[in-house]
Design a binder for this molecule. Structure first.
Ligand code: KIV
Length: 309
């Protein structure tokens, strides 16, 4: 692990992102769940790092995001917070950490800030969640909303499906986004909704919209780092753009390493440590003495005392 200090530039803040919308400046959001990706994203100038509960699927191998716990999220938040300082750090409240009561929502959002080093939290849905949003804001923690495809409700939605394709559901998404703004959210994620609905929502809100599978009109875009880096095999959602194929590159690197170990091509002298010649020669001389005179070996043993377990 590198120990160089991370340069502290101007910190991205929730009010600062609202001002960006006013000036028409788009910004990028990426999920991060570990120290190296947080560090690389910061170096790349990404403005917002979301420790998304999608880490349950892409990092921990769950089938969906529902099993993710607060403890798992806090663990990953801490790693991200150690890796990045300038971006706004947003922790994604996992399933059942805010739905039960506004009181629990505040306690869990507070854990993200106090233990996880996050600057803000995100939660899914509007309607019944507005009480939680207000309570968290009342504790002084900025909240990012999330409407459209809300993965914590997949069983209700019938799977990972595009939302807002008919007049009624499109209207609900618009009203939900407006309600989240009214409740005090500093931005709203629009996931898997038609581009023209996202454009309409974006034009009606004063806070920035963050699109994922929501077209180009949103004020910001978010992608799951594992998707954009190609860290997992298999097909991804239509809205993902892959900028790398790291799964293939990792597999190639592991194969090359295995082949080197098996053939003896690794490690080479430059990967090994040396011992000063005089120390080596002294050791050799001591061993050969002991071989020719066993009583000397006993004397050396006595001098050293009993062997440690
Ligand atoms: O968990 C996550 O990664 C998210 C983004 C897709 C917005 O919620």
């Amino acid at each position: 692990m590198s120990k160089e200090p991370i340069p502290i530039q101007r910190k991205v803040t929730a009010p600062g992102l609202r001002r960006r919308k006013e000036s028409g400046e788009k910004f990028s959001v990426v999920t991060a769940c570990d120290f190296p990706s947080a560090r690389a994203a910061e170096e790349a100038g990404i403005d917002v790092l979301l420790v998304g509960d999608s880490l349950g699927m892409v990092e921990l191998g769950y089938q969906n995001t529902l099993p993710v716990t607060m403890d798992e999220m806090v663990h990953h938040c801490r790693a991200v917070a150690r890796g990045a300082r300038r971006p706004l750090l947003v922790g994604d409240l996992p399933f059942l950490s805010y739905q039960v009561s506004p009181r629990e929502a505040v306690a869990n959002a507070g854990r993200f800030v106090k233990e996880g080093g996050m600057d803000a939290v995100k939660l899914e849905g509007a309607g019944g969640m507005l009480g939680a949003v207000r309570a968290i804001l009342g504790a002084g923690i900025p909240v990012m909303g999330h409407v459209g495809l809300t993965p914590q409700s997949i069983h209700l939605l019938g799977g990972f499906r595009v939302q807002g394709k008919d007049r009624e559901s499109a209207r609900r998404i618009l009203d939900d986004a407006l309600a989240l703004e009214e409740a005090g959210c500093f931005s709203v994620v629009l996931e898997a909704v038609p581009g023209r609905l996202a454009a309409l929502v974006t034009s009606r809100l004063r806070i920035p919209t963050v699109g994922i599978g929501a077209g180009v009109a949103c004020d910001a875009q978010v992608l799951v780092a594992h998707d954009l880096l190609g860290l997992l095999p298999g097909v991804t959602a239509r809205f993902v753009k892959r900028y790398e194929s790291l799964y293939e590159r990792m597999t190639e690197a592991f194969s090359a390493y295995r082949a080197d170990v098996e053939s003896g091509a690794f490690p080479m002298p430059e990967h090994a440590y040396e011992m000063p010649d005089e120390e080596w020669e002294a050791l050799e001389a001591e061993l050969s003495d002991e071989e020719t005179a066993p009583e000397r070996r006993a004397a050396v043993r006595d001098r050293r005392g009993p062997r440690r377990p």
